[in-house]
Design a protein around this ligand. Structure first.
Ligand SMILES: NC(=O)c1ccc[n+]([C@@H]2O[C@H](COP(=O)([O-])OP(=O)(O)OC[C@H]3O[C@@H](n4cnc5c(N)ncnc54)[C@H](OP(=O)(O)O)[C@@H]3O)[C@@H](O)[C@H]2O)c1
Length: 271
């Protein structure tokens, strides 16, 4: 993938997985970074930008040439509001001219975790979770697709969760928001494959240390470790089977985004 750098839009880029992903993409030297956030402080954004800037310019891994500095910029939006999603897309295109790779990573539990009873999650929390986690990602995809189709190349990656496949330990609103992604990914992957666009979902298991998951201790840690769903991870996800599988998940992401022979044929996968 030498030549002109691709532009990747990462939503939720200042969160745990988003940040790690942004840095990993930056390290490849192949991407300019359009980084979305909702409420991350200026300090948090500056720290991430500094880390990216400290990495660049990176010699092209294929040619050895030292290209110009990686461009990195931040865009604010509440993904629970579709007009904000449209504005986010417009702002990124205005700043970067294009979006080649969309990593729809932002997600929320809407403050409801470890739900024990269905009635504990009001239906409006379900709807808002679906909008933040799923609807906004689908709308962003709709907005990004026409330009990807026109250039005959694009990569769309959703950040799902093991909860989509097992129910998980957060709650029914979250699990249902993630499982909806997979039907969408499979439909769209078949629809746009001939146009040079791949569509995939990564479905990580529990990654502790992020704002969403925190670092469970005591009863919660024991509860998660003993979850009846954990043993099924290996078979259901072919790899994401343990706590702290961040590196593995990010590696899968990079694979889905690149332009190698293998990646070009990887589409419609839940990995
Ligand atoms: N950690 C895990 O165990 C795990 C496992 C499987 C899947 N995932 C998925 O991975 C993704 C990232 O999660 P994480 O663990 O890295 O959590 P995190 O550190 O809490 O990051 C979540 C990100 O989503 C953004 N966000 C939350 N609500 C938003 C909203 N209404 N509008 C726009 N952005 C919003 C946050 O933005 P601000 O911080 O700027 O507000 C933050 O950047 C999520 O989709 C999550 O479901 C996580």
């Amino acid at each position: 993938m030498s030549g002109e750098r691709k532009v990747i839009l990462i939503t939720g880029a200042t969160g745990g997985i988003g940040r790690a992903t942004a840095l990993t993409f930056a390290k490849t030297g192949h991407y300019h970074l359009a980084l979305h956030y909702k409420s991350a402080s200026a300090e948090t954004r500056d720290a991430l930008a500094s880390e990216v800037n400290a990495l660049s310019p990176i010699p092209d891994p294929d040619t050895g040439a030292t290209p110009s500095t990686i461009k990195v910029d931040f865009f604010q939006a509440d993904l629970g509001d579709y007009d904000s999603v449209r504005k986010l897309h417009k702002d990124v295109v205005a700043g970067f001219q294009k979006i080649d790779v969309l990593f729809a990573n932002a997600g929320s539990t809407l403050g409801h975790q470890g739900v024990k009873n269905l009635v504990d999650v009001p239906i409006d929390i379900f709807e808002r979770t679906w909008r933040v986690n799923t609807g906004s990602a689908i709308l962003l995809t709709q907005l990004c697709l026409p330009a990807m189709e026109a250039q005959g190349w694009g990569r769309i990656i959703f950040d799902s969760s093991v909860a989509a496949l097992t129910g998980g330990s957060i709650g029914p609103h979250y699990a249902s928001s993630k499982s909806a992604m997979h039907g969408f990914v499979h439909w769209l992957a078949g629809n746009v494959a001939k146009k040079g666009i791949t569509v995939n979902a990564v479905a990580p298991a529990v990654i502790t240390g992020t704002a969403m998951m925190g670092t469970p201790t005591g009863e919660r840690e024991r509860e998660m470790a003993a979850s009846k769903y954990l043993p099924s991870f290996a078979t259901s996800l072919r790899g994401s089977k343990c706590f702290s599988c961040l590196n593995r998940s990010v590696a899968k992401l990079i694979l889905c985004a690149r332009d190698t022979c293998r990646s070009a044929w990887t589409t419609g996968r839940d990995c």
